[in-house]
Ligand binder design. Structure first.
Ligand code: H53
Length: 819
């Protein structure tokens, strides 16, 4: 590896020629009239030539070495912009900046032309993107499998404070420069129809699926470029198109089949990403997306395996398939079907392979997020798969009977089929029964999976349930997004920390060094200024960078408790106006969050924060002490400006509800201090940085459960706490919605008469008190700087490189393959 992590010679003249060639031949522009977007596209294409070459070479090497690899199946990959990050991974950032400068173009400006590929909703999709980055950086052979949505997560704007959604055509008209279509990898996917019995040539009784229709899966590859090496792995995204109509004419002669078709156009299948995070909606088209994704991916895994000259019997030895949540669960019966119906294996042979190939990551305990599909729907769309699921369950129930003879209660609980007026298939149960490993995503979460969600499974399959704590890639989330901090770190610990985050611990010894503290805080100030400039330019709000920047950015969900943050803001507003003795350091509260379009209360919370912001930001009486900013259309590229600019990170979910969180890690790496509950990965972050360097508040998991069991009464807190009462009552007036009293009352209503399901009121007082502590400590800048430095220094555990090594060593049994 040469300078800047560069792994191969950069031929500037050839690169410039390639850019100009794409400018003219691909985008029909001339050097004279090209727009910045033309230049960005042409540059992207020229760079993709390099990465595609390496992708093919990596593919070939792995096939010829018969390397064991992981297949990461996820319905979401929230990759964010690729160009800047790939330049860093290729070690070409400076060279390309210089080459483009000679062509009269500024690289930083060109990078702003890229739209975010928003092929995910939130934490789960972003985690998949960080994991791909870490697999490539450490050269663990991998393929990511996802969907090529035509429209990513909706774009959000605010109209009179209310969220409005617009479609996100992320590829634009010209297509995305980094993607390459692979027509030779096209798959055919069947749907609907029926199952028939037949006797094969050897006289065996067999069953086969007679599909009602077929669609085509087109593969698009995005390059996942390994940092500082020459490995490039594919993120393979499937696009659904309609097949030639031969199936229709072949199976359509009896009207009984035709009658089963819903009005379906194949193109609809991958049209749009479902915009729900942590919520199961149960729509038929979503099931179709899931099956389409799994059928294409399983077929491609088998194709690669066989094309490399391997035997089908050796599948589990050479391939492992990681299911990112239950969304790709249908891959399990799909592989069973292919092995039994197409490869003519016995059930036992097929099961032996399947149950040693799949592993499953659980990302949530929230009941509304645990997927179930109606048996009737699966039966109609995937009749052979429903048969296979029944058979898996039947054999599993025999096993349960052996362990707990005559215990119908435990059978009802563990069964893959949930009885009731509408029988449902529990996808998580199917996963636990059919995989060789099940992991939660943070230590606390994994304990709760064992203790509360799957205690009997844990007894039945000892050792199957484990933990892999989440992580984030330090390339994007420090090096790329925070160049000032990166330079400072490199100066102190050397420049190989992005690939070896353990090295960052070397900063610890500078935590008390005053000169270093000042430089560290100067970087923070610059990052705050960069954010303030963005906000001023895009929203017309002026901010003082001496204020505390207090940021909560994540999906909007009651359990994440943006409304607790809001109540705190209202309490400050109330005190500033009513208590002459009250003093506070100026504070800017910044939010970024999308609400699922059908989630009414979440949208009400957005509206309320926007309305409070309007009032507060223009209220002279507050003397500039309080500002509130809700940044519209929060996305990865904005996150890259927000994380480095934070002083305070809000991680305030009800204990037991946030499986891990990953934004919490990004904030802390970039030197924000966390105010958080004992939830998700906050618990492990506290272990790493120590109690003095994090602000923990609120009820613990067991206290939450105890309070609920005793019968939680929000009014108790309301009557006991006058500040809380004042904050809540503000929501009932027209203080923030002049002339329209009650427009914000739904939140108050939910917290009081709605029972406050996430215990906002119970945690309010401690939250306010902890914020007072933050206010006091911020005034002592040296102590604050020390704590911030220690947060950066002590976050190495939360590199996704470590997460991936945990998966590779403890679950996948995977070795790196160097190029
Ligand atoms: O997954 C993140 C966690 C986070 C959790 C999130 C998540 C989704 O974004 C969507 C569905 C789901 O079941 C879980 O809420 O706590 O950090 C990655 O593991």
């Amino acid at each position: 590896m040469s300078k800047n992590g560069q792994t191969q010679q950069f031929d500037k003249a050839a690169f410039q020629a390639a850019v100009e060639k794409h400018l003219t031949t691909t985008y029909a522009a001339t050097v004279e009239n090209a727009t910045p977007r033309n230049w960005y596209m042409a540059m992207g294409k020229a760079l993709a030539e390099i990465s595609t070459g390496n992708l093919l070479a990596t593919e070939q090497q792995l096939a010829s070495e018969k390397a064991r690899s992981v297949n990461y199946l996820s319905l979401e990959f929230l990759i964010g912009r690729l160009t800047g990050n790939n330049l860093i991974s290729m070690g070409l950032y400076e060279d390309v900046a210089a080459a483009m400068e000679e062509l009269g173009q500024n690289l930083t400006d060109l990078l702003e032309e890229e739209r975010d590929p928003a092929l995910g909703n939130g934490g789960l999709g972003r985690l998949a993107a960080c994991f791909m980055d870490s697999l490539a950086a450490q050269e663990y052979p991998a393929v990511g499998y996802g969907l090529h949505y035509e429209y990513g997560l909706f774009r959000q704007s605010f109209v009179d404070g209310r969220q409005v959604e617009a479609p996100d055509a992320w590829r634009g008209i010209e297509g995305y420069p980094w993607e390459v279509v692979r027509p030779e990898l096209t798959q055919h996917v069947s749907l609907y129809g029926h199952v028939e019995a037949y006797v094969d040539d050897a006289g065996n009784n067999c069953r086969r699926w007679v599909p009602g229709m077929t669609v085509e899966g087109i593969a698009w590859d995005l390059p996942i470029v390994g940092y500082g090496n020459n490995s490039v792995y594919p993120l393979r995204l499937w696009e659904c198109r309609s097949s030639a109509p031969f199936n229709l004419s072949r199976f359509n002669d009896g009207d009984y089949v035709g009658a089963q078709y819903p009005a379906l156009e194949a193109g609809n299948v991958t049209k749009v990403l479902y915009p729900n995070d942590n919520h199961d909606q149960g729509k038929a088209l979503r099931l179709m997306q899931q099956y389409f994704h799994c059928a294409c991916s399983v077929a491609d895994i088998l194709r690669r395996h066989l094309a490399a000259g391997n035997k089908i019997e050796d599948l589990a030895a050479l391939e492992t398939i990681q299911l990112n949540d239950t969304h790709p669960t249908i891959a399990i019966p799909e592989l069973m079907r292919v092995l039994i119906d197409d490869f003519k294996m016995s059930w036992d042979q097929a099961w032996e392979i399947c149950s040693h190939t799949f592993a499953y990551t659980n990302h949530t305990l929230l009941p509304e997020a645990l997927e179930t599909w109606s048996e009737a729907l699966i039966q109609q769309m995937l009749p052979r798969h429903m048969e296979i699921i029944f058979e898996i369950n039947h054999r599993f129930m025999l096993q349960v009977e052996k362990t707990w003879p005559g215990n119908n209660e435990v059978k009802r609980k563990l069964s893959i089929i949930q009885e009731g007026p509408q029988r449902m298939v529990r996808m998580a149960n199917l996963c636990v029964v059919s995989t060789y490993a099940v992991n939660g995503v943070a230590a606390l979460h994994s304990e709760l999976v064992k203790r509360d969600l799957f205690p009997e499974f844990n007894e039945l399959f000892p050792g199957r349930l484990t933990n892999v704590t989440n992580g984030v890639t330090p390339r994007r989330w420090i090096k790329y997004c925070n160049p000032g901090l990166s330079a400072l770190i490199s100066e102190k610990v050397g420049d190989d920390w992005p690939a070896h985050l353990e090295k960052i611990a070397g900063l610890e010894k500078f935590a008390d060094d005053e000169a270093f503290q000042q430089r560290y805080m100067a970087v923070k100030k610059e990052n705050k200024q960069r954010l303030a400039d963005w906000i001023n330019e895009n929203m017309g709000i002026e901010l003082d960078t001496n204020a505390i920047f207090d940021i909560q950015i994540k999906r909007l969900h009651e359990y994440k408790r943006q409304h607790l943050n809001l109540l705190h803001i209202l309490s400050l507003y109330h005190r500033l106006l009513n208590d002459p003795t009250f003093d506070m350091h100026p504070r800017v509260f910044i939010f970024g969050a999308k609400a699922a379009p059908g989630y009414a209360l979440a949208k009400d919370i957005i509206f309320a924060i926007n309305k409070v912001a309007e009032k507060v930001n223009n209220d002279e009486r507050l003397g500039g002490k309080l500002k509130v900013v809700f940044i519209p259309d929060y996305r990865v590229s904005l996150a890259e400006i927000l994380f480095p600019a934070a002083d305070v990170s809000e991680q305030i979910s009800t204990a037991g509800k946030e499986a891990s969180g990953t934004g919490n890690m990004k904030f802390a790496m970039n030197g924000a201090l966390t105010i958080g509950t004992m939830d998700g990965a906050n618990v492990e972050m506290r272990e790493e940085v120590g109690d003095d360097n994090i602000f923990i508040f609120g009820l613990l998991v067991d206290e939450v459960q105890k309070l609920k069991n005793e019968g939680y009464d929000p009014y108790r807190y309301y009557h006991a706490d006058s500040l809380l009462r004042a904050a809540l009552e503000l929501l009932n007036t027209d203080e923030f919605t002049p002339g329209h009293p009650g427009q914000l009352a739904a939140i108050r209503q939910n917290l009081l008469d709605g029972g406050d399901p996430y215990l906002v009121l119970a945690d309010f007082a401690d939250y306010v008190k902890t914020h007072e502590e933050i206010d006091a400590q911020y005034r002592d800048q040296k102590t604050w700087a020390r704590k911030a430095i220690l947060n950066t220094a002590l976050m190495s555990k939360f590199s996704s490189d470590r997460s991936i090594r945990d998966y590779a060593n403890n679950i996948w049994k995977l070795e790196p393959v160097k190029r």
